[in-house]
Design a protein around this ligand. Structure first.
Ligand code: AQP
Length: 332
């Protein structure tokens, strides 16, 4: 059976981008068709300035939203990354396989480190090394497929490179995984700046739809989305990124095709209204389930504990095999 691993960083409140770009497919497709593991990758939230209490609260909220979105512990494994030591154990070994040059070429590192330096902040070493931890997250489970948004494909390429290199040097140990992306809404853009990704760690703003936003807030944000001065509704990501973003969001919510949908509209107002309705409809059941889940924190703890146990059971022999392969003496 195909094995899938994917995760979400608890760096902010989950957005429509996380839902349409990742969660929805995990729920509707992946958990039914594969042996799927989904993790709150909390160690990845520490690469930037963070408040410990906030990371803790966001980790729980992220787990609850993953379950509220429809991940079913009877079908898949849901767990918190830091509960399974194998991720950090394997990461160091893979740092010994990765090169400084290939990590410095990562677009996310270049962009985030440049932003931090421009703001006069120091750049944590983990900002450079975290793609290796992500590689460990994936390889520890002998993962076949990694469903991610477009922003993460370079990291999955690195994972493939490191897996191949490790296997060549030390013997066949890891499965070489591949990235898979959803057909539409692989990259949901900020409604106020449709040239940049709708990201949960970005400054809270009018351009980000959070999964737990009130219905009125969702509607207001979408109705105020930046479009352009034209009138015709056409699907053109380059020339009309704002309209294209709305069409992609609508298409993702209604399982449609953005170019075909464009032909059904003769005004931006009507497109925005239908997009708002579609998003509100998609988020409604999720918000209801979320309320029920947070009312029973003990049940969620049980799901996470059992998820971590299962994850550990898969990862430990793989990581032990990697330790042995590189020449480390097994513990007696
Ligand atoms: N806007 C998006 N459109 C499509 N997919 C997205 N994803 C995130 N944003 C979008 C996908 O959601 C999964 C989990 O995301 P993540 O936690 O790795 O990153 P993030 O939500 O983008 O959080 P940050 O902290 O705001 O990230 P950075 O700092 O990297 O921008 C992934 O599958 C991701 O592709």
């Amino acid at each position: 059976m195909t094995r899938i691993f994917s995760g979400i960083k608890p760096t902010g409140n989950l957005t429509l981008g996380n839902y349409l770009g990742a969660l929805r497919r995990w729920v509707q497709v992946d958990q039914h068709q594969a042996d799927a593991l989904f993790s709150v990758v909390d160690l990845h939230a520490l690469t930037i300035e963070h408040d410990p209490a906030r990371v803790r609260a966001l980790s729980r909220r992220t787990a609850a939203l993953m379950l509220a979105a429809g991940l079913d512990p009877a079908l898949c494994t849901v767990f918190v990354q830091s509960h399974v030591d194998e991720h950090a154990r394997l990461s160091y070994l893979l740092e010994c396989v990765a090169t400084d040059g290939e990590l410095r070429r990562m677009i996310q590192y270049k962009e985030k480190s440049a932003r931090a330096r421009a703001a006069g902040e120091s750049v944590r070493f983990s900002l450079l090394s975290y793609p290796v931890l992500m590689t460990a997250d994936i390889l520890a489970y002998r993962t076949d497929e990694v469903p991610v948004g477009e922003d993460q494909t370079q990291h999955v390429e690195l994972t493939r490179d490191l897996a191949v290199r490790f296997n060549q040097r030390y013997g066949e140990t890891f499965t070489v995984p591949k990235a898979t992306a959803p057909p539409v809404a692989a990259r949901v853009m900020d409604l106020q700046d449709p040239t940049s990704k709708m990201g949960k760690s970005h400054e809270a703003g009018a351009g980000i739809v959070y999964l737990l936003d009130d219905v009125d807030v969702v509607r207001k944000k979408i109705m105020r989305a930046v479009t352009d001065s034209g009138r015709e509704v056409t699907y053109d990501r380059e020339a009309r990124p704002g309209v294209a973003n709305l069409l992609e969001i609508l298409a993702a919510c209604r399982d449609g095709d953005p170019a075909v949908l464009a032909g059904a509209y003769d005004s931006y107002g009507a497109l925005k209204k239908d997009t708002a309705d579609a998003v509100i409809e998609v988020l409604r059941p999720l918000r209801e389930r979320y309320a029920a889940l947070v009312a029973d924190p003990g049940a969620m703890d049980t799901v996470l504990r059992e998820g971590a146990e299962r994850a550990r059971g898969i990862a430990r022999p793989v990581v032990d095999a990697a330790y042995a392969a590189v020449g480390l003496v097994p513990a007696g």
